[in-house]
Design a protein around this ligand. Structure first.
Ligand SMILES: Nc1ncnc2c1ncn2[C@@H]1O[C@H](COP(=O)(O)OP(=O)(O)OP(=O)(O)O)[C@@H](O)[C@H]1O
Length: 310
């Protein structure tokens, strides 16, 4: 990587700038990745990164080899959500490629967060530098063989997500659009749909996060932001509605602790909803995963104890 601020560990030596003469191309780097899914949202704070991380964990629980590219350069949160703080990327000096960090269930992760000197450092780059950093990530990371790579795009439809989506558009399998069911958010979702269409990224579907909250004491469900708006919007736009994920304090607690809630609280409703979304995406993309042996991992079992389903 050419920018001074971008440092990686070179064979364990922290802080040494990586050489710029890197050999892979974007196409090479992603060649062995079967499904490339961009996760986007029209506005910040709707849980896009949480959904990205949960889909990654869900795919891994289904036996897929998974990677996550945290392209949310200005607010990278994937490492935190996967308990990968204080982790660095490594450069394979011989092959001149970046080796992703490895999180729970073997999920490979590359994030700008690994390259910042501290958690509180703000990235203040303009679009061109951001594009360069993401291009470096896309071209120089050795993802190896992956069934699914999830790309957490920056929120909105401005300069940063546009630059990244443009760079990726010819490579993408599709996009997943995340929203909350408020009227305001749904108006903004229309922009994401338009954005994806203009960039010719096929839209896999819409996920409604924080759809509702069920009070543990009364069992009563409250639709805090609104009801059914995501599904309605999907219908109007002729898109697949992938599902809704409830709000649950155990999710934020697990997120803050850096433990995927799917692993910590596998039997809560939100976990079932996420796995339903995962299964819909897998069903829709089964042609890309052909040859992949489908596994079902019981959430009550530890990873590795799963049984193959033929
Ligand atoms: N279903 C949920 N239940 C409880 N908490 C949630 C849920 N979804 C997300 N959160 C919490 O909401 C906050 C925002 O989530 P997240 O960082 O994923 O949003 P984002 O859309 O990626 O934000 P930005 O786009 O601004 O980076 C986090 O603290 C996360 O733990």
């Amino acid at each position: 990587m050419s920018n001074d601020r971008v440092h990686v560990n070179v064979q364990g030596q922290q802080g040494k700038p990586a050489p710029s003469a890197i050999k892979l191309s974007k196409t090479d780097s992603l060649k062995k990745v079967k499904m490339k899914i961009a996760v986007m949202s029209g506005k910040g704070g709707v849980g896009k990164s949480f959904v990205t991380m949960s889909l990654a964990v869900g795919f891994a629980l289904r036996g897929l080899k998974v990677g996550v590219l945290d392209a949310d350069i200005y607010g990278p949160t994937i490492p935190k959500l996967l308990g990968l703080t204080n982790t660095s990327l490594y450069l394979d000096d011989k092959r001149q490629v970046i080796i992703p960090a490895v999180g729970p269930l073997g999920i490979k992760v590359v994030s700008m967060d690994f390259l910042l000197p501290s958690e509180d450092t703000a990235v203040v780059w303009r679009g061109a530098l951001v594009a360069k950093a993401v291009d470096d990530f896309l071209s120089n990371v050795d993802w190896g063989e992956l069934d699914a790579l999830l790309i957490d795009l920056p929120p909105g439809t401005g300069d940063a997500p546009l630059t990244m989506a443009q760079m990726l558009s010819d490579q993408m399998t599709g996009s997943v659009i995340v929203t909350i069911p408020s009227d305001v958010s749904m108006r903004i979702v229309k922009k994401s749909i338009d954005f994806s269409k203009k960039l010719k990224i096929p839209i896999i579907g819409i996920v409604e996060n924080m759809c509702c909250f069920t009070c543990p004491e009364s069992g009563k469900t409250y639709n805090i932001f609104g009801r059914g708006i995501g599904e309605e919007m999907a219908k109007q736009e002729g898109l697949q509605f992938l599902g809704r994920i409830p709000m649950d304090p155990r999710i934020s607690e697990a997120n803050d602790a850096g433990v995927p809630f799917l692993l910590k609280y596998p039997d809560i409703e939100a976990a079932q909803r996420v796995l339903e979304i995962v299964d819909k995406i897998l069903e829709e993309n089964k042609d890309k995963l052909s040859g992949q042996q489908r596994k079902t991992l019981s959430l009550m079992k530890l990873p590795g104890e799963e049984e193959d389903q033929s």
